[in-house]
Each structure stands twice: as C-alpha cells, then as structure tokens.
Write a protein that binds this ligand. Structure first.
Ligand SMILES: Nc1ncnc2c1ncn2[C@@H]1O[C@H](COP(=O)(O)OP(=O)(O)OP(=O)(O)O)[C@@H](O)[C@H]1O
Ligand SMILES: O=P(O)(O)O[C@H]1[C@H](OP(=O)(O)O)[C@@H](OP(=O)(O)O)[C@@H](O)[C@@H](O)[C@@H]1OP(=O)(O)O
Ligand SMILES: [Mg+2]
Ligand SMILES: [Mg+2]
Length: 282
C-alpha cells in the first residue's frame, strides 16, 4: 500500500542545500567531509530530522567509546545483568612487544579477542582474531581493543533497534574455548566477518539454556537507556549470555545502521518508524 513515503537518493555531486525539501535524512557515509556537509545542513534546516546526528554516530565508530555507555548503565532489578567484557586499548604508537606486559598488568585472562580500534566501514576494520597465548600477542597490529573472550555456547543475540521497536535474532557464533583448547591450541586464530558468515540460528534445534531469549524487560530497559545515552535511533547490539548462567549478559559490539534487510518484518517496522517521525512533528 502506498503510504506516501518517497525515497530520494541524495546526489553527492550537488550541494546538499540545493536538494530536497526533505522531512527525514537517512545517512551512513563515513568521513569528515560528509560529517561537515550534514552538520551544515542540520544547522540551516533545523526542521529536518537527521537520522542520526554525526557526532552521536561517531561514538560508535571507535570500539572503546562504543561500549562506554553500556559499562555505565545501572540495570539492577531488571531480570538480569548486562556488562562489557574486560577490555584494554592498545594505542596506535604502542609497540606490540609491550602488549603481553600490558595484558598481565591489567589482570586480563587469555584467550583475548583482538579488534581493530576504529570501525570505518572497511573490511579491515572487521578483521578480528583470537589470541590464545602470550607469544601470539606479539603479532598483533595496534591500534586495537583487546577483549576477554567470554564463553557463550556458540550463540549470539543480535538486538535490532529501530526507534522504539526492538527485534531479536539469533546467530551462530564462536564456540566455547575450554581448558583443553587453551593447552592444545597456540597462536593467533583469524576469523571471518561473522555478520556475513554466520547463519541464522533461529530455526535450529538448540539447547534452551543457551538459546532462550534474554528477558524482555531487560532488553527494553537496555534499548531505551542506550537510545537516550547514545542519542541514536538506528543501531544493533551484539549480546551474548555467559555460558552456564541464565541471566548474565555481555554486550560485545554495537553497530550503527546495520543491514536491516536481515531483520524480520523490516519493511513494516521501517515504514511505521518513518511515519511516526513525521506524525510526531505535526
Ligand atoms: N568478547 C568476546 N567474547 C566472545 N566472542 C566474541 C567476543 N567479541 C567478539 N566475539 C565474537 O566475534 C564476533 C565478531 O565480533 P564483533 O561483533 O565485535 O565484530 P564486528 O566486526 O564489529 O562485527 P559486525 O559485523 O557485527 O559489525 C562476534 O559476533 C562474536 O561471535
Ligand atoms: O550489510 P550487512 O547486513 O552485513 O550489515 C553489516 C554492516 O555492513 P554494511 O556496510 O553493509 O552496512 C556493518 O557496517 P560497517 O561497520 O561495515 O559500516 C555493520 O553494521 C554490521 O554489524 C552489519 O551486520 P549485521 O550486524 O546487520 O549483521
Ligand atoms: Mg558484531
Ligand atoms: Mg560491529
């Protein structure tokens, strides 16, 4: 059914101010130049809803700042606990030879997941690896975030947020690492981009202790608080349940404007969201 929404592609070869009029601007281009164009437009057209403000998006493009808000949340009395794995930032100018010392000093336990510090939309910023032993830490290339690996039974919850709507999907993830693997495996294990490689686990016959969805009230609070703190409407959260627990969760990644095509009912949800933005303005 025609809902009266027209999608118009912004022409990057023409000044933004000569285009439109728009009710809502959706965007996901990286880079300073685009940020300045959007900020300028926002300034001159305060009546237009910009999804989302560039400085708020910027917060998610660094793996250190992206999880800061989660670490500061207080979700007590909320049917569970949500935290962030212990993590350490290795800055650009640090030498890899100092990483084992830094890791020991921070009291972090192996294995560690090494993630490029900046997420800039490139394939490289999604090239992650697991370091099983101290020697392998010497092969890492800063700038990085090192995160403790949390066993989660090989299953991940992707929590899609579109305004006030929450949709959870399950994906296969990395298997648990036990004492045996730690003794037997050494070196660095580079793994492929999970969002492209991992199959949906929604239809699979899974152990309910692992696959049961996180409690709804917990997700609602988490989504609401993060939406407010981050100042964003469109993002998803990768959340895992600590293996062997019922209600201890960790947020390991937050992505701005992810591929919503993989979210069930995305068309209806997105249309309703866009209409609600315009309705709230009148
Ligand atoms: N701390 C952790 N403990 C256990 N597994 C982890 C941890 N961090 C990441 N993983 C695994 O690695 C995968 C990729 O990590 P992450 O989501 O941080 O990378 P990404 O490149 O930002 O992914 P996306 O494509 O979702 O943006 C996760 O989906 C999960 O399977
Ligand atoms: O296209 P996909 O469906 O894989 O979407 C992925 C999206 O890629 P895009 O570049 O195509 O938007 C990624 O963006 P960049 O970090 O690379 O900017 C990131 O947000 C992933 O988390 C998304 O995967 P999802 O979390 O939804 O599984
Ligand atoms: Mg992820
Ligand atoms: Mg990500």
């Amino acid at each position: 059914m025609n809902k009266g929404i027209f999608f118009v592609a912004i022409d990057l070869n023409k000044p933004m101010l000569e285009q439109g009029p728009f009710d809502v601007v959706l965007h996901k281009l990286p880079g300073k130049e685009w940020r300045e164009i959007i900020e300028d437009y926002r300034h001159k057209h305060p009546e237009v809803t910009i999804l989302d403000p560039p400085d708020a998006i910027q917060h998610l493009l660094n793996r250190q700042s992206m999880l800061q808000n989660v670490a500061e949340l207080n979700l007590s009395d909320c049917h569970g606990k949500v935290g962030v794995p212990q993590q350490l930032v290795i800055t650009k100018n640090a030498s890899a030879s100092t990483i084992p010392y830094e890791v020991t000093k921070a009291g972090m336990k192996l294995p560690l997941v090494a993630k490029p510090l900046v997420v800039d939309g490139s394939a490289k910023s999604h090239e992650l690896c697991i370091a099983y032993d101290e020697l392998s830490l010497l092969k890492l290339e800063p700038p990085l975030v090192l995160q403790e690996f949390v066993n989660h039974g090989g299953l991940l919850f992707k929590i899609y947020i579109v305004g006030e709507t929450i949709k959870v999907v399950r994906r296969f993830s990395l298997p648990n690492v036990g004492k045996h693997e730690l003794l037997d495996v050494d070196g660095l294990f580079r793994f492929p981009r999970v969002s492209c490689a991992a199959a949906s686990a929604d239809e699979a016959d899974l152990d309910p202790n692992i696959a049961e969805h996180p409690p709804k009230p917990l997700l609602e609070r988490l989504a609401r608080d993060l939406r407010r703190r981050l100042g964003l409407h469109l993002f998803n959260i990768d959340m895992i349940r600590e293996h062997g627990t019922k209600d201890v969760f960790y947020v390991i990644d937050i992505n701005y404007f992810p591929g919503y095509g993989k979210m069930p009912e995305y068309e209806q949800i997105f249309i309703d969201f866009l209409l609600s933005l315009v309705k709230n303005k009148v």
